[in-house]
Design a protein around this ligand. Structure first.
Ligand code: CP3
Length: 347
């Protein structure tokens, strides 16, 4: 199989224009997604129905000829597989039966994970089979801290007071939860790779709520342990880290012993990233999803500015966070066109 532009970029090759895919490229902004979504009430059941997961994974790749697809699933399938109750409420996002004491951690178990998540691996196997060989397929997982946020808060949160309070007051028991998640995530990622995922992304969506002092222990170090654990089983698989909201502490995540690329959010300047991060590691990012929803000349200008800053080095074009539901689908086509027709200015 000839590796396409996305995998070759992760392996250090350069092209005239960078590869492009978008976080949350499969989602409610696409009418064809909404049509499939409408056939299943429960979001998790939707994730666990391989034919549907395969179809919605392929939709954006087909429509826009992106360089990578990301398997349609969710980061919360891991707590679900560990035995915590997880459900999604229409218009409210995820809900979990919140963990309130360490005794409850003891009831979570990795033993069920491979069986429980078998539909995810089946969807990956089938997607890889039908995807054109030059299009990469990404697997993914939430990083331990972000999963712990949902598991302890019981859903999304405004201040993360419960999870942070727990981590500050009882670091030893919080560490045990992180350890359990590290092991579960290594398993989940390894099974995805065995099913056909060509690369994986680790989403630490809430890393940025931690003070910088705590980032190493609760975000970076667990992610590095996962990367090393996965590499011990699959030495060559590329791993992309997305520590969202960490600001200049992104410097700490230039860990090429662990990660092949660093995905940066919108708050990080493309110019700063080109100077401080890109010489050490491949960068992915970082267009504002609201710029994509806005479209028009502003979108073209901003995408070109990012390309001018980062397109000369090792770079994967993406957003700084996921596509928002109000995005007109034509804007994605315009963005892909802008990226594919970019010509580096000589100045
Ligand atoms: O195209 C893709 O990116 C693949 C699928 C994917 C989903 N979630 C599908 C989804 C991926 C990679 C995720 C990751 C995810 N899930 C993250 C990390 C990335 C990030 O956004 O920071 C997080 C924090 C979650 C947890 C989660 N799942 C939330 C907070 C929500 C509700 C928000 C919303 O948009 O409704 C979900 C639900 C969800 N996951 C949807 C999709 C397409 C929307 C639900 C629906 O269609 O009914």
């Amino acid at each position: 199989m000839t590796a396409g532009k996305f995998l070759q970029t992760l392996a250090g090759m350069r092209f005239a224009t960078p590869p492009i895919w978008l976080m949350r490229q499969a989602g409610r902004y696409l009418p064809e997604y909404r049509a499939v979504r409408a056939t299943t009430r429960s979001f998790l059941e939707f994730c666990y129905t391989p034919e549907k997961a395969v179809e919605v994974t392929l939709q954006p790749v087909r429509r826009y000829m992106l360089d990578a697809g990301i398997i349609f699933s969710d980061i919360l399938v891991v707590p679900d597989a560990l035995g915590q109750k997880v459900w999604f409420e229409e218009g409210e996002g995820p809900k979990l039966e919140a963990l309130t004491d360490p005794v409850q951690f003891g009831q979570l178990s990795r033993a069920r994970l491979p069986d429980h998540l078998a539909p995810v691996y089946a969807a990956i196997r089938e997607t890889r089979r039908v995807l054109p060989p030059e299009v990469a397929l990404l697997g993914f997982a939430g990083a331990p801290f972000t999963l712990a946020c949902y598991m302890i808060e019981g859903g999304s949160s405004r201040d993360f007071a419960r999870v942070k309070g727990w981590a500050y007051r009882h670091p030893d028991s919080f560490g045990l939860l992180i350890d359990l998640l590290v092991e579960a995530i290594v398993d989940h990622l390894a099974y995805q790779v065995e099913a056909g995922a060509d690369a994986v992304q680790l989403f630490d969506s809430w890393a940025g709520v931690l003070p910088e002092e705590q980032l190493f222990g609760w975000s970076l170090e667990p992610m590095v342990r996962i990367a090393h654990g996965l590499r011990a089983r699959h030495p060559k698989v590329p791993i992309i880290a997305f520590p969202r909201g960490v600001g200049p502490a992104a410097l700490m995540y230039r860990r090429t012993d662990a990660f092949s690329a660093l995905s940066i959010d919108t708050a990080i300047g493309a110019h700063w990233a080109a100077r401080e991060l890109q010489p050490s590691i491949c960068i992915q990012g970082n267009l504002d999803p609201i710029m994509l929803a806005t479209g028009g000349p502003a979108l073209k200008r901003e995408a070109t500015r990012i390309l001018d800053k980062l397109g000369h080095g090792s770079f994967i074009f993406n957003l700084g966070h996921g596509v928002v539901p109000q995005t007109p689908p034509e804007h994605v086509a315009e963005l892909v066109e802008t990226v594919r027709t970019w010509t580096p200015s000589t100045s």
